[in-house]
Design a protein around this ligand. Structure first.
Ligand SMILES: [Fe+2]
Ligand SMILES: [Fe+2]
Length: 362
């Protein structure tokens, strides 16, 4: 990989270096496809990467990073030994907790529903940051992603790397504090749902696109996540450490969103027409992989609280209706879709149809 593969044999980054994709031989299947007579490919005339010399056209959103990032400016968020009657997560943000069958559970059991949701959120965060986002951040910082990026973007990628590592740390720390305060052990899947779905997208006949899929997934998730975090209100019933951690995270992710919107611009400009079209067609699946609820895990958890199998199926079916999931996906993804639309991605009928079929508009 980029001249240093031997030094890092076995390193996870070896599996995703997209330089081969961007500079290597073109896809023989795509080559065989009729090119000139085909409809315009995704973003057939998008702007080129800003700054052909890779040095300008980038406005860093990290100007006050040393003063304002969570890792540099916020204290450890601690849950006091005495937290009174406070909950550990807002029931307003846990859809199953509002279902009548779950609301009817005894208070200590209902508290557990919220605590397990918090554990899932914290585990999701720690794994997203360390296993996915920071693989890309370090690739950008060290120049192994094969894109001619401005030096300032590479330095900012190190700042993102620090931010994400801290988000993982304070998530793991908070989970440990909750466990110490409550004595309730986390019930977590071996790996978060989004990771399983991401792996399925990078396998299944798309091996040649695996590197690009991961870059796109990070870009998509980093522009979705700030929308997700901005939904979190200040709930006076929730222990302050939880709300404060989420707020700390949201502040950083606002900067990351701006960064990855700029990164997408550079990435798109470095792809050829065929790659743009193939990449564009993947975006709805990537958004879906990030936002879909893990219905099976929720069902299994509900059964553990004493609900019958039928009741657990009923709760999940009634809470996560197709309509509700579609509305949430469309609303959360709107700004992400706008970024792609701004590159001309939706000008291609096939791509536009794929986005519309997935309920994605801007
Ligand atoms: Fe983060
Ligand atoms: Fe981030």
């Amino acid at each position: 990989m980029c001249g240093n593969a031997g030094l890092f044999i076995g390193c996870a980054a070896l599996s995703y270096c997209p330089q081969a994709l961007l500079t290597g031989p073109t896809d023989p299947v795509a080559d065989a496809a009729p090119g000139s007579g085909a409809p315009p490919a995704a973003g057939s005339a998008p702007p080129q990467p800003p700054g052909a010399d890779g040095q300008d056209g980038y406005r860093s959103p990290f100007g006050s990073w040393y003063e304002r990032s969570a890792v540099r400016s916020t204290p450890r968020r601690e849950i006091p030994a005495e937290h009174g009657n406070d909950r550990f997560f807002s029931a307003d943000l846990v859809p199953v907790a509002r279902h009548p069958l779950v609301q009817g559970l005894p208070r200590p059991v209902h508290d557990q529903v919220l605590i397990q949701h918090l554990y899932r959120y914290l585990d999701f965060t720690a794994k997203l940051e360390t296993l996915v986002v920071n693989r890309t951040a370090v690739g950008i910082a060290q120049g192994s992603v094969g894109l001619p990026l401005p030096d300032a973007m590479r330095i900012d990628a190190y700042r993102i790397y620090c931010d994400e590592a801290y988000h993982a740390l304070f998530s793991a720390d908070l989970a440990q504090q909750v466990r110490q305060r409550t004595g309730i052990a986390p019930l977590l899947p071996a790996e978060p749902f989004f990771l399983r779905r991401l792996r399925a997208l990078t396998a299944d006949g798309r091996q040649d696109l695996a590197a690009l899929v991961e870059l796109l997934f990070v870009t998509v998730s980093e522009t979705l996540i700030s929308a997700s975090l901005s939904e979190v209100p200040n709930d006076p019933m929730v222990v302050p450490a939880v709300s404060e951690s989420i707020r700390d995270h949201a502040m950083d992710e606002g900067r990351h969103h701006a960064y990855f919107a700029a990164f997408l611009h550079h990435l798109w400009g470095s792809l050829d027409i065929r790659q743009r079209q193939r990449a564009a067609l993947l975006v709805p699946d990537l958004i879906d992989a990030f936002l879909q609820p893990d219905r099976e895990a929720v069902r299994a958890e509900l059964a553990g609280y004493g609900l019958t199998t039928d009741e657990s199926y009923q709760v999940v079916a009634e809470v996560f209706t197709d309509e509700v999931v579609a509305q949430h996906t469309a609303a959360t993804a709107r700004q992400t879709v706008r970024h792609f639309a701004g590159l001309g991605v939706l000008d291609v009928p096939e791509v536009q149809e794929r986005f519309l079929a997935s309920g994605l508009t801007c």
